[in-house]
Each structure stands twice: as structure tokens, then as C-alpha cells.
Ligand binder design. Sequence first.
Ligand SMILES: Nc1ncnc2c1ncn2[C@@H]1O[C@H](COP(=O)(O)OP(=O)(O)OP(=O)(O)O)[C@@H](O)[C@H]1O
Ligand SMILES: [Mg+2]
Length: 161
Amino acid sequence: MIVDLGAKSTNIAISKQGELVFSRSISVGGEAFTRAISKFFGIEAMQAEEYKRTYGMSSNKLQGRVRQALEPVFSSVADEIKKSIYYYQSEENGEIPKSVIISGGTSALPEVSLSLTKLLGVEVVSGNPFSKVILDSSVIKSISGFAPFYSIAVGLAMNDA
Ligand SMILES: Nc1ncnc2c1ncn2[C@@H]1O[C@H](COP(=O)(O)OP(=O)(O)OP(=O)(O)O)[C@@H](O)[C@H]1O
Ligand SMILES: [Mg+2]
């Protein structure tokens, strides 16, 4: 299963032996996460965005208050992912995905993998869109932090290859 966590939406896909066998899009993403923090603390969107990127789902930073603000919207995304797994199993006779690979800007949220793994009961890992791309070691260093943003671009480029 691949979950692309974007700004306005979250795209869920299941691929089996390289074939797309299930896909679904939900209209919740990073912007809704920022809005939840903004409301919870009564702060401007810009500051809320910074809180989100700095503290994310961490339970020990800022006494887990940012996590607390994010929990309802984060759980709603996790619930939709669970529903997709359930639907794929029950209606399509599919298997439970072995792992969930996350991508997109919101996948850079601190402690997102651990939190999502706990809620889904399936291992969640960050995707590396450069894994099949030959790169110079200096380039690897400079782009590694931006990997979550490159999955769509690299995927489209590979499609042409
Ligand atoms: N370090 C970070 N921690 C948490 N969220 C982040 C981080 N960096 C970027 N984001 C969030 O990632 C989102 C942008 O991600 P991305 O570029 O994948 O979205 P998009 O593809 O433009 O949106 P969509 O797929 O919804 O059309 C924004 O909501 C931004 O706040
Ligand atoms: Mg996107």
C-alpha cells in the first residue's frame, strides 16, 4: 500500500506485483493538520505550520500538545486507510498489505511513521523515490531531506523510461 500525504488530499493505493489494484482519494491533508493546530492554540496559520513541522506527532515535545491538536484529524486519516484495507479484503478478496509506504510533504511530519504504524497495525515506512535512480553522492546529500516531495515527479519520469 502506498499513501501519498499531500496538502489538500491523501491518496491511497494498493499495488500488487507492480499493478495498481486499488485506489482512493480523500480530501484531508496537511492543510487540515495546520488548521487543527491553528484552532487548538488560537494561533495564525504560519505559526501553526511551524509547530506542525517542528513537533508533529511527538508526544514528548511541547508536552505532546501539538500531537493532541493533531490527533482527531490524524485518526480520521488513519481510519480511512483502515477502511480501504478492509474494503480491499472483503470486497475484492485482497490480502492485508505487507507494509504501508508513505510519501508526499505531510509524510515529513515528525513521528508520522510510528504513530501510523500503531493505529494501522501494519508497518509504515517512508518511501525513497530515489532508490532506483543513479545519483552522485554529493547530490544524494543535498536532496535526501526533500525525498518526500519527489515521489510523483520521479515516478512520472520513470514511467517514460
Ligand atoms: N516537515 C514537514 N512536516 C509536516 N508537514 C510538512 C512538512 N513539510 C511540508 N509539509 C506539508 O506538506 C504539504 C505539501 O505536500 P505536497 O507537496 O506533497 O502536497 P501537494 O502535492 O502540493 O498537495 P496535494 O497532493 O494535496 O495536491 C503541505 O501541507 C505542507 O504543510
Ligand atoms: Mg500531491
